[in-house]
Every structure is written in structure tokens, then in C-alpha cells.
Design a protein around this ligand. Structure first.
Ligand code: NAD
Length: 400
């Protein structure tokens, strides 16, 4: 039987609520015992709602509460460094929401702090822990799609729910830092975490909102084995939250739709009330999400974090992963400015083994390399073949 953990929750906003809902859900044994919010009223109201014995507007006091062993950071991006510094000084395990920091330099500071303090640190990138994603990752690892060539990850909605997200200084950027962090880490998981991200090409613009930060972007991430990641993020998409991933491999394809097509569809001419995060309407055709904390990955994420803590191993998502993501996103911002491919600059590359290369050894037919076979009308098999010496391409029909 593994241990139970007592948690200090920093932040009582959307993510503080989702995290607490997850930790206190399903009769779980881990509990939030202390909560911090900027406003005491809000901290107390949150504590009452979730049965938390201690509430404060003093961040250090919440972190140093002797009743807790783990600090979960669910504060705006500009407060991550301060919160990590205090939690590491307290010698507690630290679980940090996404993005790790506003940029790679700040992420490196955060990484150094936890490594020097020797405390457990886990990066709460929930979207790699959704049940669908975990199953897809297991299939990819088992070779079901062959070698991964291209991963597309898309997160778009109509924009965040609090003012600080829209402030470039406080958040570290716009849609790229807010949503691209999820997409880039989903991509890394599918192409393999030992596969070094080498360079990026990014378009970003502020198409609609009256803000200096980006509200739309598309990026390509090139990995050392030739695989490519593509992400699309938007704060101007209408119609809810569009969370989709696609994996294209030499032997197969995976399509995941996490939010707008979960299998539940409902029409109401009346009002439904809340059905899902960022749903824009509560009437007409609706796409309810059954159990959001599960479908967004929070349940498997906290399970992995606490089991890693108890088992003295790294969680699936580490602070180093968070740092790599910040480095990729820094390169995206650079590329959006320069309109060129920009290198992903990492202070060190931590791979546990060499990245698997994409297999390019062709199958041979009568000494020629098989380019492709296709079954045509009349059950005739057409083969396209390449003479490896001359480069000449021919086709032939093979009777079955
Ligand atoms: N899927 C996810 O993993 C996910 C989803 C949403 C948010 N987040 C992350 O969680 C962190 C908090 O986001 P949130 O959605 O809970 O934010 P929120 O605005 O809903 O809540 C923010 C919390 O921080 C406090 N706060 C401190 N300074 C603030 C300021 N200047 N403006 C507003 N609130 C301030 C608020 O009191 C509140 O408790 C961010 O780093 C965000 O990127 C992660």
C-alpha cells in the first residue's frame, strides 16, 4: 500500500479547482490540507468548499505548513519562480502546473533550484496523461504505427478566463506559451523524448484581440531523426475548446479528439448550464464532457506523480521536460520574428539512449526498391519500383 500525501495548494483559480477536485475525488487518500490565495476571502471560501482545514493569503505560511509534504503550484506564470524558491527552501516535493516558466532562462533557474535542493519535482502536463493519449502512446511504443514521422497537435479556444493570461509580461507571451506548451509536449511524447528538438519555424500573429501578445500561431518542430511536429494554437477559435492530436507513422495513423467529439452530443432549446470548460454556449447543440478531470488527464497525472514520489523514480513529466518545452517555445517566438528556422537552444541534452532512426531500408522486388503497391480495379496489384542505381522509376501490374 503506497503512502498518502498531504498537499499545500497554491492558487484557487481554475487550475487550483481542477487539481483539488482530482485529489479529493473518488475517495482518494491524498488531501489538500492548506490553501493559499492572494485574497483571504477567496482562500477561505475555497477551503470551505473543499473541506481544507487551513487557508491563508501568506504564500510562505501555506508552503511551510508542517501538515503538508507536497506543494502544488497553480499560480499565474509570473509567480512560478517565487513559489518554487519557497517550496524548495521548505524541502517539500513540488508539483508545477504548465508552462514551467515564462521563458527558458527562467525555466533553467527553476530547474537548478529543485536540483540543488534535491527535492522531488514533477511537471503537471496533464494532456499527455489523458486516457486516450496514454493508450495511444502505448500503441506507438509497441510499434503499432511503425516509425513516427509527423505529429500534429492542436489546441484552440476563444481565449483565457483571467486578465493575467493576456498580459505578455505576466504570462511570458500569448497563445504560444499558454497552449503551445501542451502541444509541444504531446508531440515530444509521440516522437520520443530521446529525440532532440533541433529547430523550429513559426508563424504567429495577433489577428483579433487588442493585445500585444500573439492570439494565433502555427509552428513546425524538426527533430533529430527527421520527424516533424506541427502545432496550431488559437485564442480566437469559436465553438468551444478544440483539442486534437494526430500521429502519422510508417505503419499507421492515430487520430485523437479530446473535447468537442467525445461521444456525447446534446441539443437543448432551453439552457443546460455548465457542460465543459470554454464551451461558448449552454443551448443549441452541445458537446458535454463526461468527467473533465479524467478526460483532461489530471487523474492519471497525479497518480503517476505520487507513485513516482513513493517509488523514488522520476515521473513521466519532469521539470527538465518543462525546461525543454520553454526552450522550444522561445525558438518559436524568435522564428515568428525572424521568419526563419531558429535553433532550439538547450543548455544540455539529457537523452537516456540514442533516438531511434526512421527506417529507410527499402523492400526489394526483383532487385528493385519497392516505392509503393496499390490494389487497383479488377484486383490488379500495381507496383511502383525504383532502380537504386539509376534512380529510374517504373510501374508494373502484378496478377494476383
Ligand atoms: N491544463 C492545465 O494544466 C492548466 C489549465 C489552466 C491553467 N493552468 C496554469 O495554471 C496556472 C494558473 O492558471 P488558472 O487558470 O488557475 O488562473 P486563474 O486566473 O483562474 O487563477 C489564478 C490564481 O492565482 C492568483 N493570482 C495571483 N496573481 C494574480 C493575478 N495577477 N491575476 C489573477 N490571479 C492572480 C489568483 O488569486 C488565483 O488563485 C497558470 O500557470 C496556468 O498556465 C494549467
Amino acid at each position: 500500500m503506497s503512502k498518502s500525501h498531504n498537499v499545500t495548494m497554491l492558487g484557487t483559480g481554475l487550475i487550483g479547482m481542477f487539481y483539488t477536485m482530482t485529489l479529493h475525488g473518488n475517495r482518494g487518500r491524498d488531501r489538500v490540507l492548506s490553501v493559499y490565495s492572494r485574497s483571504l476571502d477567496r482562500a477561505q471560501a475555497f477551503a470551505q468548499e473543499w473541506g481544507i482545514p487551513s487557508a491563508t493569503d501568506d504564500m510562505a505560511a501555506a508552503i511551510n505548513d508542517p501538515a503538508t509534504d507536497t506543494v502544488v503550484i497553480g499560480l499565474p506564470n509570473y509567480q512560478h519562480l517565487e513559489a518554487v524558491t519557497l517550496a524548495a527552501q521548505a524541502g517539500k516535493a513540488i508539483l508545477m502546473t504548465k508552462p514551467l516558466a515564462r521563458n527558458a532562462a527562467e525555466a533553467k533557474q527553476i530547474l537548478d533550484i529543485v536540483e540543488q535542493a534535491g527535492v522531488f519535482a514533477g511537471y503537471l502536463e496533464d494532456l499527455v496523461y489523458t486516457p486516450k493519449t496514454l493508450k495511444a502512446l502505448a500503441s506507438v511504443k509497441a510499434g503499432a504505427v511503425g516509425d513516427v514521422l509527423w505529429v500534429r497537435s492542436r489546441e484552440t479556444h476563444s481565449g483565457p478566463h483571467s486578465a493575467w493570461f493576456w498580459d505578455k509580461e505576466l504570462a511570458g507571451g500569448g497563445a504560444i506559451i499558454d497552449l503551445g506548451c501542451h502541444c509541444a509536449e504531446i508531440i515530444r511524447n509521440f516522437v520520443g523524448k530521446n529525440n532532440r528538438p533541433v529547430e523550429v519555424m513559426c508563424w504567429a500573429d495577433t489577428l483579433v484581440h487588442p493585445i500585444p501578445a500573439d492570439d494565433n500561431a502555427i509552428a513546425l518542430i524538426k527533430f533529430e531523426n527527421g520527424a516533424v511536429g506541427q502545432f496550431e494554437v488559437s485564442w480566437t477559435f469559436r465553438g468551444g475548446m478544440d483539442l486534437r492530436d494526430e500521429v502519422a507513422g510508417t505503419q499507421g495513423t492515430i487520430w485523437l479528439n479530446h473535447f468537442l467529439r467525445t461521444g456525447a452530443e446534446m441539443f437543448t432549446a432551453a439552457r443546460s448550464g455548465y457542460t465543459a470548460e470554454k464551451a461558448e454556449t449552454d443551448s443549441g447543440w452541445l458537446f458535454p464532457v463526461g468527467d473533465e478531470v479524467h478526460e483532461l488527464g489530471y487523474v492519471h497525472m497525479f497518480t503517476d506523480m505520487f507513485e513516482a514520489m513513493d517509488g523514488d523514480r522520476d515521473p513521466m513529466e519532469t521539470f527538465y521536460d518543462g525546461y525543454v518545452i520553454n526552450a522550444i517555445l522561445d525558438a518559436c517566438y524568435k522564428s515568428a520574428e525572424s521568419k526563419r528556422w531558429e535553433p532550439v537552444e538547450l543548455f544540455e541534452w539529457r537523452a537516456t539512449e540514442a533516438a531511434a532512426s526512421i527506417r529507410t531500408e527499402p523492400e526489394l522486388r526483383d532487385g528493385m526498391a519497392l516505392v509503393k503497391e496499390e490494389l487497383m480495379h479488377g484486383n490488379k496489384l500495381k507496383q511502383i519500383l525504383c532502380d537504386q542505381k539509376t534512380g529510374k522509376i517504373i510501374e508494373r501490374i502484378v496478377e494476383l
